[in-house]
Design a protein. Structure first.
Length: 247
């Protein structure tokens, strides 16, 4: 049991720091630690709880770039997606899900990272934003991965650093509040999760604030590199934890 507590704490520390820098990715990073030893549903609960805690910690201090008009389509789409993800979770084969998501990240993100002049998507508009939000809502319901695909979409649209951070951070906060409420209402959160919640919260506190302070000094180019590198590394970790079990 001590090993599980230790692994839970280490995952929360690393994921909290990453979320502090990028505004998302707690679930992706934490799962790369927790997927090896925790039950998938329990890991999903912890990922949502940790991501929500991190978003609440920095919500007051990171307000630059906020734009309600820009954020609204993401949130409306996401609200439609969360119930779908929550409904899917009990029936989902988590290893196949992680393998598919990991493969997408490993193929797509390095291509974006290596592109010197990343083309901006100029079509889609608010409908495209809403669809990106819908996918984020579904992934939030599945396991707290709300910001993954919306972040890729914002990067392709060429949002400035503070604008992207504000959209993803506030979108994540809204989706995670709804997801945690749905988990509590449907019995996904069990007694087994409570002592692990007590580990995740304190463990991620300082790393999240440190990551948020580091973010302030990042240039636009460096922020984009960090985001895409984190997504790539998370994809590799998801594949490493899922593919051996599938084989």
């Amino acid at each position: 049991m001590f090993e599980i507590y230790l692994l839970t704490a280490v995952g929360a520390v690393v994921a909290g720091f990453v979320q502090g820098i990028s505004g998302f990715a707690f679930g992706l990073v934490a799962m790369s630690f927790w997927a090896w030893s925790l039950d998938p549903k329990l890991a999903a609960c912890l990922a949502v709880f940790g991501a929500l805690t991190g978003q609440l910690l920095v919500a007051v201090t990171m307000r630059r770039g906020f734009n309600l008009k820009l954020l609204l389509p993401f949130v409306l789409g996401g609200l439609a997606g969360v119930p779908i993800g929550v409904a899917i979770l009990p029936h989902l084969e988590m290893n196949w899900f992680k393998a598919a998501l990991g493969a997408l990240l490993v193929v797509w993100c390095p291509s974006m990272l290596l592109a010197r002049n990343l083309p901006k998507i100029t079509f889609g508009g608010r409908l495209g934003d809403a669809i990106a939000g819908l996918t984020g809502g579904v992934l939030s319901g599945v396991g707290g991965f709300a910001g993954t695909l919306p972040t890729l979409w914002c990067t392709l649209r060429g949002f400035e650093k503070d604008t992207q951070r504000a959209v993803i951070q506030n979108f994540n906060l809204a989706m995670l509040v709804v997801t945690m409420g749905a988990y509590l209402a449907t019995g996904v959160v069990t007694r087994a999760a409570i002592p692990l919640f007590a580990i995740v919260g304190p463990a991620m506190l300082i790393p999240t604030f440190l990551g948020a302070r580091l973010y302030i000094g990042l240039s636009e180019a460096r922020f984009r590199q960090i985001v895409l590198s984190l997504l790539t590394a998370s994809g590799i970790a998801l594949l490493a934890s899922s593919v051996p079990k599938l084989l």
